[in-house]
Design a protein around this ligand. Structure first.
Ligand code: GDD
Length: 343
């Protein structure tokens, strides 16, 4: 039986990865931060199957302990301050967790069990102001946020430890991946939650920032499978995981409303752009500049050809299916919320 240690196990990706590894018969350890009230987040439903260890990415001693206790064969670092917007408000915390935290984990592995295989959650945010389209493993990086800069350090320190100490250490350069478990601060879930609330009459308007922004959106479940594949190869390497399709935030909005039979008619431009319910006529989407970012990543499009060829990875869940699942899930959650209010 293999043993895995997941940092970030309570998050979207961590919970899907834990499910996958449990299915494969792994003994799963998960790193959790101590809070006054225990919070298992997205891993609540499988909490009895996971061995939790209290640790923190900024505390090397705690990571050394996590390695000693778990004796993990595979370590997945999915822990991060993962919201790009917050990284301007907390640039130093973001650097400590998303950057130096990776060095801490690598040191813990190197000193406790150097044979352990390591997965680092790198990100398409490192491409930022994109230097070529589509982006591949060979595209130059140009991060545009404190988050992207911190992640770039994590990416390079992983590569450096691979080359310096011959560790089996990989980075997955993952493009945006969403799901029913996505936090509501991210644009996709913010949209699907608002669509469900507008449809069920408890919200009037969805306010967004830059709707021209384009992303390559896949489903997190497909992406955690790629993480696992990366640690099953003969040699460690870095891989882009993406769908090779890009869509604007505006297109996401249209697709999501479509699933609840609302067609959007767009009017105006820039900060004055609004989206009306084409039948009812009322405004249901508008721009609020407070959601603009100090520096924006305008468009991301990833080419996963290397992962498809070398790992045999292929995404299964298409964009329409991703949006359908998210809207369906939020429609049910909001209906349930309304029922509870009536009781
Ligand atoms: N969050 C948010 N809220 N984003 C908005 C809004 C809004 O109201 N309106 C427009 N956007 C735009 C953002 O400006 C950005 O261009 C895009 O929607 C996507 O924003 P997010 O969903 O917050 O994700 P992200 O692309 O910044 O970062 C995600 O993907 C990265 C991979 O590329 C996160 O998951 C990161 O952790 C991940 O590394």
């Amino acid at each position: 039986m293999k043993t895995a240690l997941i940092a970030g196990v309570t998050g979207q990706d961590g919970s899907y990865l834990a499910e996958l590894l449990l299915e494969k018969g792994y003994s799963v350890y998960g790193i959790i931060r101590r809070k006054s009230k225990a919070d298992y987040g997205n891993a609540e439903h499988i909490k009895d199957k996971i061995n939790f260890i209290y640790a923190d990415m900024t505390d090397l001693v705690s990571l050394v302990n996590a390695m000693k206790v778990s004796q993990a064969d595979e370590v997945y670092n999915l822990a991060a301050q993962s919201f790009v917007g917050t990284s301007w408000e907390q640039p130093i915390a973001t650097a400590n967790i998303d950057g130096f935290g990776v060095a801490n984990m690598l040191e813990a592995i190197r000193t406790v069990k150097a044979s352990a295989r390591f997965y680092q959650a790198s990100t398409s945010e490192m491409f930022g102001l994109v230097q070529e389209i589509p982006q591949t493993e060979n595209t130059s990086f140009y991060p545009r946020s404190p988050y992207g800069v911190a992640k770039l350090y994590g990416h390079w320190i992983t590569k450096n430890y691979r080359e310096s100490y011959n560790l089996y250490a990989c980075s997955g350069i993952l493009f945006n991946h969403e799901s029913e478990r996505r936090g509501k601060e991210f644009v996709t879930r913010k949209i699907t939650d608002a669509v469900a609330r507008i449809k069920q009459g408890i919200l009037n308007i969805l306010e967004l920032g830059n709707m021209d922004s384009k992303r390559d959106w896949g489903h997190a479940k497909d992406y955690v499978y790629a993480m696992w594949l990366m640690l099953q190869q003969e040699k460690p390497d870095d891989y882009v995981i993406a769908t090779n399709e890009t869509r604007s935030v505006r297109e996401f909005v249209e697709t999501a409303f479509n699933y609840v039979d609302i067609k959007i008619a767009w009017e105006g431009s820039g900060v004055d752009e609004i989206g009306r319910d084409a039948i009812a006529g009322r405004t249901i989407v508008k721009v609020n500049p407070k959601f603009f970012r100090p520096a924006e990543v305008e468009a991301l499009l990833g080419n996963p050809a290397k992962a498809e060829k070398e790992l045999g990875w292929k995404r299964k869940i298409t964009f329409p299916e991703l949006v359908r699942r998210m809207v369906g899930n939020d429609m049910a959650l909001v209906a349930n919320e309304l029922n509870c209010r009536k009781l």
